[in-house]
Design a protein around this ligand. Structure first.
Ligand SMILES: Cc1cc2nc3c(=O)[nH]c(=O)nc-3n(C[C@H](O)[C@H](O)[C@H](O)COP(=O)(O)OP(=O)(O)OC[C@H]3O[C@@H](n4cnc5c(N)ncnc54)[C@H](O)[C@@H]3O)c2cc1C
Ligand code: SF4
Length: 483
């Protein structure tokens, strides 16, 4: 145990965000550096619980008390080894994870949890800076070939695990760059893409091959895929967005979030001067109160929107845990993300009835109504209809599952009751030798789950190809709380 009294003597601290008026003018990550000595005191707050509930909260089973202790003791090399033992990409989770481990931390029962996420990102940042993150080349070659379809966190984790145990791995990505939602969904201000590129450099050096601009099922047929590879990992994400089929949906200026965010990310990559879908000078309305919506809010502010309003059909959540979400579950509470801190308004318990257009077919406003829960779901409250000006409307209402046409239908995989690719306990689909990981098998979820599933699917593939049991499998598909 690091500091036996740390959790009593040291209050929880997290890093400060850069001032809003400064960060809104650039796209860099919003957090300021956290001084090392303060970070070590934070790690010292860990009680090294006999039953560490943080493990249970983390889909990767991260060895949190171990690395807290190592950080406290200034042993950064051992700390990064323990971190990498369960997580291929701690810089992605360290910047982007909502930290279910912290929600499950025992200190959080009646106090403030350990700042686990900050300890994680500091360990990996220091490790990169110190040159401790090096390619891990396979010691033997199996002669087996594996195709991974999709280069999001699930595909990358599966590919890295499989390459390291000696398989020849090719990752196919239909976009022009590798990374999935890490590249084109998540804005630069949440995670700078240099973190992704640095990790891809390591993967290339280890021998993973990437082929971008290849839509598997179209550019490469499924027959070719099956003929050329001994196993396939499907990691294509849950890319079908939920739509809002109400009058006016066809108007110019009404877009899915995932039509808008990738273009903003492409500006940061240097592909455009200005995004073809731009918020400058516009009243922007984001429909959907979740994280994707918050990413649209932050992006619209940086593009110079006149106003940004985020709409949510659900009521405003409570400020602290309710009885429905007792410790150690991940609670639904009112959160102020960095994007929300930067401005805009959030409206709860409202539903959009119609998009209203001008004479040229462009959206000019939307008609809103307040709602409350009734016997038949959300019911409009009479007399509360009103117009909200909007020249750009972004739909961020979640994703309904993977795309079936093409790849999945051609392969003939079965789907589960939620419309995702069904898997057995080894992450194999109903088609022999075809595995599925991440959002494609689990439905819309989190990066930490995608990495966990990618690692577990890799273990299933390796077992299938070689009969050995050497890769860790954090979790089976049958044992997976939804998030
Ligand atoms: C805007 C946004 C912000 C988010 N922010 C966070 C966050 O802050 N924290 C968090 O934990 N989670 C976040 N999430 C969720 C998280 O990004 C996903 O759960 C995670 O990326 C899923 O990983 P994946 O590898 O399964 O799929 P994806 O990241 O979706 O990657 C799938 C890839 O497969 C490719 N592909 C699909 N079909 C084919 C094909 N036929 N051929 C070739 N390539 C194909 C796609 O182009 C895509 O690049 C966010 C999601 C969105 C949409
Ligand atoms: S639950 Fe919290 S206090 Fe206990 S081991 Fe995990 S991080 Fe440390």
């Amino acid at each position: 145990m690091a500091d036996p009294k740390g959790f009593m003597t040291t209050p929880r601290e997290t890093p400060q965000r850069r001032p809003v008026d400064v960060r809104i003018k650039d796209w860099r990550e919003v957090y300021l550096e956290f001084e090392q000595s303060r970070l070590q005191k934070q790690a010292g707050r860990c009680m090294d619980c006999g039953i560490p509930f943080c493990h249970q909260g983390c889909p990767l089973g991260n060895l949190i008390p171990e690395w807290n202790d190592l950080v406290w003791r200034d042993d950064w090399q051992e700390a990064v080894e323990r971190l990498h033992a369960t997580n291929n990409f701690p810089e992605f989770t360290g910047t982007l994870c909502p930290a279910p481990c912290e929600a499950a931390c025992v200190v959080g029962i009646n106090g403030d949890p350990v700042s686990i996420k900050q300890v994680e990102i500091t360990i990996i940042d220091k490790a990169w800076d110190a040159g401790l993150v090096r390619p891990q080349l396979p010691r033997t070659r199996t002669g087996k070939k594996v195709a991974v379809v999709g280069s999001g966190p699930a595909g990358l984790a599966a590919a890295q695990q499989l390459t390291r145990v000696g398989h020849s791995v090719v990752v196919y990505e239909r976009a022009d760059r590798v990374g999935g939602l890490l590249r084109y969904g998540i804005p630069e201000f949440k995670m700078e893409k240099r973190r992704l590129d640095r990790r891809l450099g390591q993967m290339r050096a280890e021998g993973t091959e990437f082929r971008t601009g290849v839509n598997v099922g179209v550019d490469v047929t499924t027959e070719q895929l099956r003929a050329d590879y001994d196993a396939v990992v499907l990691a294509g994400g849950a890319t079908q967005p939920r739509d809002l089929p109400i009058p006016g949906r066809e108007l110019d200026g009404v877009h899915q979030a995932m039509e808008y965010l990738p273009l903003a990310n492409k500006v940061q990559e240097g592909d455009f001067e200005q995004s073809p879908i731009h918020a400058e000078g516009k009243h922007v309305v984001v429909i959907g109160g979740g994280d994707t919506g918050a990413d649209c809010v932050g992006t619209a502010h940086r593009q110079g929107a006149v106003s940004v309003t985020q709409l949510e059909i659900m009521p405003m959540p409570p400020k602290s845990r309710s009885e429905q979400h007792p410790w150690p579950t991940y609670p639904v509470i009112y959160r102020v993300s960095s994007a929300h801190e930067e401005g805009g308004e959030r409206l709860y318990s409202v539903s959009t009835q119609e998009f209203l257009g001008d004479d040229e077919g462009r959206v000019r406003a939307l008609r809103l109504v307040e709602v409350r829960r009734g016997d038949s779901g959300f019911e409009p409250v009479p007399g509360t209809e009103r117009e909200l000006p909007a020249q750009l409307v972004l739909l961020a209402m979640g994703f309904v599952g993977p795309e079936r046409k093409g790849l999945l239908e051609d392969l003939g995989v079965e789907f589960d009751e939620r419309g995702n690719v069904a898997r057995d306990e080894n992450f194999m689909s109903s088609v022999e030798g075809v595995f599925a990981a991440g959002d494609m098998g689990r439905g819309q979820s989190l990066i930490v789950w995608a990495i966990s599933e990618g690692r577990a699917a890799a273990a299933g593939v390796d077992r299938y190809l070689t009969g050995r049991d050497i890769l860790p499998a954090p979790i089976a598909p049958t044992d997976r709380p939804l998030s």
